[in-house]
Design a protein around this ligand. Structure first.
Ligand code: CA
Length: 245
């Protein structure tokens, strides 16, 4: 059951990043612990989603952009390590803090090898969880961004791989550069001149339809097979990628 908490701004509590709520997904089947974590994080100004089942947690983690995950290992459905493995296989770099059993040395080691950012053994103090979570979120924020996500579109800047959901999209290097440029600022409109200067590195010639031709090609590859069209034309202004929430 998804529990979306109220997005109440806690004026008296400084947010880790001014002006933007940090979104955390907690995947923990023990409801008392999950609720304790949720309350503790909300008191720090985090926006918290909770999943009590591994499959539900995995679905949320892949459908939304969270700033970090608190991930229990023993879960009904997919266990925590499987969730972590699958996320990393998809090149999703969301920071993950694992909750482990006090005696779980091997699972801790496996978790770190799979790409967990930190772990905390149960039982723990909520203050420690909050502090560690803030640390990994800050660290991740300083990391160069390697994955751009807009809806179900992912653009991996390291592997140069582009996908919509599970569908892999083959792009030429110029098409990739254009999509990357738009995907870096979803929701923002770019004029043809801006696109031309950024993607082609030369001054815009108003007589050319180069940008429009490339946008058409991108549309065919990115949007044609999907019910949701991401590339938008703003008549007389330019283009943008939908999104930006
Ligand atoms: Ca558990």
């Amino acid at each position: 059951m998804l529990e979306r908490t109220n997005r109440v701004a806690l004026d008296h509590v400084p947010l880790p990043f001014p002006g933007s709520a940090v979104k955390i997904l907690v995947i923990e089947d023990e409801k008392k612990i999950a609720s304790l974590i949720q309350k503790g994080l909300e008191a720090q100004g985090f926006v918290v989603d909770v999943a009590h089942h591994g499959d539900e947690g995995y679905a949320l983690a892949t459908a939304h952009a969270y700033d970090a995950l608190v991930l229990d290992i023993m879960l009904p459905g997919r266990d925590g390590l499987s969730i972590l493995r699958q996320l990393r296989e998809q090149k999703r770099s969301v920071p993950v803090l694992l909750l482990t059993a006090r005696s779980g040395l091997s699972e801790r080691v496996e978790g770190l090898n799979l790409g967990a950012d930190d772990y905390l053994a149960k039982p723990f103090y909520i203050e420690e969880l909050t502090a560690r979570l803030q640390a990994i979120v800050r660290r991740a924020a300083g990391r160069p961004q390697s994955l751009l996500e807009v809806g179900d579109l992912t653009v991996n800047l390291l592997t140069r791989e582009t996908r919509r959901g599970d569908r892999k999209i083959e792009l030429t290097s110029r098409e990739f550069a254009l999509l990357e440029y738009l995907a870096r600022s979803p929701g923002r409109v770019f004029t043809r001149a801006q696109i031309c200067e950024q993607v082609w590195r030369y001054d815009f010639d108003p007589g050319t339809n180069l940008v429009d031709v490339y946008i058409q090609r991108l549309r065919r590859k990115v949007d044609d097979d999907s019910p949701v069209k991401l590339i938008e034309t703003l008549r007389g202004v330019g283009y943008r990628l939908k999104g930006g929430d």
